[in-house]
Design a protein around this ligand. Structure first.
Ligand code: NAD
Length: 423
């Protein structure tokens, strides 16, 4: 029985998609049935319901999760998401993706993910701090510098990581910076971490363009989601010569086929909270943004955005997945038939976890690198990983997602064989 059938997740939810992708790649590998099932299950899942005192004196109960998918290659690593639509299955899927992502780029980590069902924009700064400190305390039975190291994801940022680090340190009685990554540099964060995911997206876009014979000078780019990943990718892609023609966030999108000034768009978003209203641009809906004719499409918002429904209407040559899981497996099938190249999330957005790894190493050694050293090492790992995935794709005649998953799953399975099944 396949892992997908075994766990019987509902159709098209993120966990179902993650299992289908897993099955597709695992079919190419000689993994024994029991090992395959073991790799499909999350290792441990924690659900917490916890109270937070609101500014008006009332108490609200929130629900949060922390899931470790695999500890085969090392301690677990994965972001914490604050979003009103967070579900257990979404966090499961993202934890599993983190396992393959760390493995495909050669990091000594297993996958994890956490989340709280909350719209952080509806909380005051002090409510957000109290929620974060309580959630951090609730999940501290799973979190440690040696065991599980969270990082930012959608709705969280360096300040949230600072509160988690401080909360954990208060309970220990001494400063423990390596318990989280993505911290502000002032308290042990790494140079280059904020830009790392967008920088990695830019590096793989460049490598993919080279592979496809596409000239980046003047190549048009549309970006869905203008948060940490999307905005940095926009700035860095424009620096290498691309023309950013469309961008969006939760409130809507903007388009200008003559090009948007990425730096000014970032300033506008910082000032107004949205890309909407950017001078000289036309308004476009989030769905229509995906269908804007462009050379490179960078989905950098949430999962499940490109499906078998809209994949047929995309007018792009290359998709670089800044977000985790933005294309459903059925959407992937349509894109493959249409010969649209997809650089999968577990490769394309791995820059964040790579520099998080550098931050963790720097924190443990109390020896800090320059931004140049961080960026050089990031570039080296991204280029090497892209080349390895492209090689598997050619050798096995599979798309790049399946190739990346084959590499990631194979590495974890191999380590599991060597470690053995306890006891
Ligand atoms: P973020 O919260 O900084 O930004 C998310 C952006 O997406 C916001 O601008 C939001 O307005 C926008 N958005 C949300 N829903 C949208 C929708 N339906 N249409 C258009 N825009 C929408 O989050 P982030 O850290 O940039 O993460 C974005 C994606 O990248 C997520 O899938 C995350 O898991 C993935 N990712 C992030 C990192 C990282 O280092 N931050 C690393 C790897 C992967």
């Amino acid at each position: 029985m396949s892992a997908q059938a075994m766990l019987m997740a509902p159709k098209e939810d993120p966990w179902d998609s993650a299992l289908r992708q897993f099955d597709r790649a695992a079919d190419h590998l000689p993994i024994k049935r029991g090992i395959r099932e073991f790799l499909a299950y999350p290792k441990r899942e924690l659900t917490v319901h916890f109270p937070v005192k609101m500014d008006d004196g009332s108490v609200r109960i929130f629900t949060g999760y922390r899931i470790h998918h695999s500890t085969v290659l090392g301690p677990t690593k994965g972001g914490i998401r604050y979003h009103q639509d967070v579900t257990l299955n979404e966090i499961r899927a993202l934890a599993m993706l983190m396992s393959w992502k760390c493995a495909v780029v050669g990091l000594p980590y297993g996958g994890a993910k956490g989340g709280v069902v909350v719209n952080p924009k509806e909380l005051s700064q002090s409510e957000l701090e109290r929620l974060t400190r309580r959630y951090a305390t609730e999940i501290s039975i799973l979190m440690s510098p040696e065991g599980d190291i969270p990082a930012p994801d959608v709705g969280t940022n360096p300040q949230v990581m600072a509160w988690i680090m401080d909360t954990y340190s208060m309970h220990r009685g001494y400063s423990t910076p390596s318990v989280v990554t993505g911290k502000p540099v002032a308290i042990g964060g790494s140079q280059g971490r904020v830009e790392a995911t967008g920088r990695g997206v830019t590096i793989v876009a460049r490598e993919a363009a080279r592979m496809l014979g596409m000239n980046l000078q003047g190549a048009t780019v549309a970006i869905q989601g203008f948060g940490n990943v999307g905005s940095v990718a926009a700035v860095l892609l424009s620096k290498v010569g691309c023309k950013i023609i469309a961008a969006s966030d939760t409130r809507g999108g903007v388009v200008n086929t003559k090009g948007l000034d990425a730096g000014k768009l970032v300033e506008h978003k910082e000032r107004t909270g949205s890309v909407v209203g950017f001078p000289g641009a036309e308004v476009v809906s989030n769905q229509d943004l995906l269908e804007v004719p462009c050379d490179i499409l960078v989905p950098s918002a949430l999962e499940g955005q490109i499906t078998d429904d809209n994949a047929a209407r995309l007018k792009t040559r290359l998709i670089v997945e800044g977000a985790n899981g933005p294309v459903t497996p059925a959407g992937d099938d349509v894109l493959r038939d249409r010969k649209i190249t997809v650089i999968p999330d577990i490769l394309a957005n791995a820059g964040g976890v790579i520099v998080s790894y550098f931050e963790w190493v720097q924190g443990l050694q109390q020896f800090f690198w320059t931004e140049e050293e961080v960026n050089e090492n990031l570039e080296r790992i991204m280029v090497r990983s892209f080349g390895q995935v492209a090689q598997v794709s050619t050798e096995r005649n599979v798309d790049l997602r399946t190739a990346a998953l084959i590499r990631g799953i194979d590495r974890v399975a191999n380590a599991l064989y060597i470690r053995g099944i306890y006891p």
